[in-house]
Structures are given as structure tokens and as C-alpha cells.
Design a protein around this ligand. Sequence first.
Ligand SMILES: O=C(O)CCC(=O)C(=O)O
Ligand SMILES: [Fe+2]
Length: 342
Amino acid sequence: MPLESLPILDLSTLDDGPDAAEEFRAALLAATHDVGFFYLTGHGLTDDDIATAFATAEKFFALPLEHKVRLEMVNSPHFRGYNRTGGELTQGRVDWREQIDIAAERDAVTDPAAPAYMRLEGPNQWPGGLPELRETFTVWEQRCAAIGSRLLREWALALGSPADVFAAAFADRPSTLIKLVRYPGRRDDDRATQGVGAHKDPGVLTLLMIEPGKGGLQVEHDGGWIDAPAMPGAFVVNIGELMEFATSGYLKATTHRVVSPEPGDVRLSIPFFLNPALDSEMPVIDLPPALAADARGVTQDPDNVISGTFGENMLKARLRAHPDVAARHHADLVGRPASGDA
Ligand SMILES: O=C(O)CCC(=O)C(=O)O
Ligand SMILES: [Fe+2]
């Protein structure tokens, strides 16, 4: 029978003794082998934390357009800042959403000999008139990174590896990214039904918070789509291409998309992406025989070659999604092979 909804996992059961923890790990492995997506409850963020995050995101989107465009991503060689509705592409088609991208706050790398992907490191563009946005999402980033690190330890154990097998890649300068996203309601013409087009996430792990009461997210499974509406208080968690790479395809990076809300409706979401340092190599896990027998290999797509170096994947994804930033700041990289010399 086709699956009708995503599996649900409760992170707090990890504190209920070794048997409960073992059960959690088995469920984690099954969910991300079969579906690649699950709901996560018991993660420690309260309803108040979540309500504050959405209220802050709403305040940002309510700013006049002339304030928001001062922070436009096209100003940033590091792919940070605001994209107005229609400012991003997936599979070459316009996504009908507006958003601000906030990544790890660091200085830009000035060494001209650094690999091209180090250009992704740099400062964010923060809205001057809304200081609470920086406060709220700096804390959100820390909380989500801690939840993500905990999940990575449990995956490591479930995969028969030492708990810290992924830790080195994340220890120094992990690449975190938060997007605040607003999907306007569908208009009457067709092109506006793609909130975000079908894609896999390029990194390791995504913790997505959807505005309470909203649908729209669909997850590919067995040749069909599973609807994944907001579940009160829960994250939607999924793995990306680099986790598929690390497990030789035992875990699955799953295609998903967001269908635009009905005309007149609006949907907010807050995806958090946890990724290793740009210049780190994601370890390829030595799977126990029982799991290795079920590893499907990494999906081979000549248009989307997956590298073990996270920065290569991320740069490729960013150049593809934001051709205006690429043209203004990275003309030297446009049209180069998907994976190759930095
Ligand atoms: O907004 C959502 O529900 C999902 C967004 C998404 O898949 C992404 O930004 O990668
Ligand atoms: Fe995604």
C-alpha cells in the first residue's frame, strides 16, 4: 500500500534508556532509507519559540519592498540576502516565492588562491530596521544545529559507525543556512503554481518548520507524491545528496516540491540546512554487510555530479539557482564543468 503520510519520530525518546534509543535509531534508519523524510517531535523548541520565529519572519516580509530590496542577494557575492518573488530558479523555472537567505555569519575569504567555493563564506545582509530578526535567527540557528548534530550521532550509530564519524566535517566552520520563505497564493496563470520546483537538497540534513495549518509540501515516494502538511510543533526533517553520498545510497535524498497556496492564501516556511565546512570531505561510511547489501549506490546524474567536497556541491547549486548573482559576481565560473578544478 502506498504510504499516506511521513513517519513520525520523537527525539526525546533518546533519553528514555538504551532500548528506547535503539528503537529510535531503527526508526531513523528505516525512515531515511525508505522515504528520506520524517516528522520530528520532542526536539526541545517550544510552541512559543516557533510562534516568535514566524511572527518575526512575518514582520520582515511586511517591510516595504524598497527596504527589502536594499538587502537583495544580487548585492552579495556570498549569496546572502533577499530575493523578491520570482527571483530564484529550480530546474530553470521560476519559483513563486520570496525569501531571505541567512547563512553562517563570517568574514569573506580574501585569499585569491582559495578554492572558488570559499566565495560562499561571508557576512549576511541584515535588515537595519528589524534587529529582532538577527537575534531570533541567530538563536534558531544554534538550536537547530544542536538538534542536527544529535541526529547525526544517532545516524552514525545506526549505520554501525562510531558516534562521531561525521563530527570532524562539522567541527570547524560548519555551513549552516536558514531561509525565511513566503509563498504567495497562486494566480490564475499556470506558471505561478510552482512554489518551489521539484528538487533534492544538496547538503546533509534539513530541518524545516512549516507555518502551522499550511500544506503545499509534497514528497516523492514510490512514483507518487506524499502530502506533508505542517504538523503542530514538529520539524519536517530530510536528508540531502551528501548524506546519500556518505552512505553509498543506503539513505535516500528524496525529491520534493512546494505547490503554491490557493489564490489569496499565503504560506511561510523556515528551512534550516546543516552542512559541513565548505572545504571538508564528507566521510563515506563503511556499512555493515546487512546494510551494504541494500545500498543502492549514489544517484548518477550527469547534470548534477555529486562531489564529496561540500563546497563544490553548494557552489554549483547556488550558481544554478541565482544566475543574476553568478553573472554579477562570478562570471569567471559560469559555464565551467559541474565538478572540476576550483
Ligand atoms: O518551504 C518548504 O516547505 C520547503 C522548501 C524547500 O524544499 C527548500 O527550500 O529546499
Ligand atoms: Fe528542499
